[in-house]
Design a protein around this ligand. Structure first.
Ligand code: SF4
Ligand code: ZN
Ligand code: ZN
Length: 313
């Protein structure tokens, strides 16, 4: 560990080191600096242009909790309100603890807090969905969350849905997309997704924020976060790639940032032009939302049918 430097804002002894910016910050100024950076990134990519009501997906983890607090501060400055959206996935004690953390953070900020219970709304929990399919748990959970959050954001009258995907998540998705050659998946991986599937646009304001930065933000501000690990989390090859990329980052500070930013600004747009054919999508005959590759039933409805016993895997 390098000898602590001085805070780049006030000159007092630094407590948080930010290698990619070659800077140190004190506990007081690290959150200020991070919020400013999130705001700059959001402005550069037009994330909140025209936004008046932003639903923030709060799982209770450090990324989503950081996102809620940072967007509340930014929203107060630029003029949008935030609503905390929490999905109860029905994963036993883990879900109970997560809901409590989401509620406490919303209460700290005095923001509206909405909890959507998957079982009541759609008739199944994530463990039931996972048991009904051979897909990896997090992949099934991810698709269920995307759908349920999109609908919940519409239901609360939001125009924008913000999710807490960080830079490490994005680097992992990109690397795994290259490995599998799934060009359509890569073409859809964007920091701003226009309102197509849902009536809200979807944004990832932390996509250039390192995971360790959200951890520091939550620590420095003393924010409640979920300490329990999700019991369904699968050890996929994606996690190995993620850890190895962090080693490269250690040796070359800023590597992951350039990897993700160059992808977002040059590679994804080129892939989208070549592989995203929005006009060709069909409509799900159950829920009416867009389906990929002309399928009759969307992936969410397929999972729901299996999880509720309306279809076999
Ligand atoms: Fe869902 Fe996986 Fe996260 Fe658990 S670890 S909540 S299964 S995405
Ligand atoms: Zn300072
Ligand atoms: Zn459907």
């Amino acid at each position: 560990m390098a000898k602590a430097g001085r805070c780049a804002i006030c000159g007092r002894p630094g407590t948080v080191r930010v290698p990619h910016a070659n800077a140190w910050f004190c506990d007081e100024h690290f959150p200020t600096w991070l919020e400013r950076r999130i705001r700059r990134v959001a402005e550069r990519y037009g994330m909140f242009e025209g936004s008046r009501r932003v639903a923030v997906a709060v799982s209770g983890g450090k990324d989503s909790v950081t996102l809620l607090h940072a967007l509340k501060a930014i929203g107060d400055e630029v003029g949008f309100e935030v609503v905390s959206l929490h999905l109860d996935l029905g994963i036993g004690e883990f879900s109970r603890a997560s809901a409590e953390v989401a509620r406490r953070n919303a209460e700290m900020l005095g923001v509206e807090s909405v909890v959507v219970d998957l079982k009541s709304k759609y008739g199944f929990t994530v463990p039931e969905a996972v048991r009904s399919t051979r897909r990896p748990a997090c992949s099934t959970c991810g698709l269920v969350k995307r759908y349920a959050l999109g609908e919940a954001a519409e239901d609360v009258g939001a125009d924008t849905l913000a999710t807490g995907h960080n830079l490490d998540d994005m680097a992992q998705f990109i690397a795994m997309g290259y490995q599998s050659g799934d060009v359509e998946e890569l073409a859809r991986l964007r920091p701003v997704v226009p309102a197509e599937h849902y009536a809200v646009k979807s944004v990832k304001p932390l996509f250039l924020v390192y995971e360790r930065e959200t951890a520091e933000y939550a620590r420095v501000k003393g924010l409640p976060t979920v300490s329990l690990k999700c019991p369904l989390k699968d050890a996929t090859s994606g996690w190995i790639v993620r850890e190895k990329m962090k080693e490269v980052e250690e040796a070359m500070p800023g590597f992951m940032m350039r990897f993700v930013q160059e992808f977002a600004e040059k590679i994804q747009p080129a892939l989208a032009e070549r592989y995203l054919r929005e006009g060709e999508v069909g409509r799900c005959r159950i829920c009416g939302r867009p389906t990929s590759k002309g399928r009759e039933i969307c992936s969410f409805c397929a999972v729901r049918m299996r999880a509720t016993g309306m279809a076999t895997a």
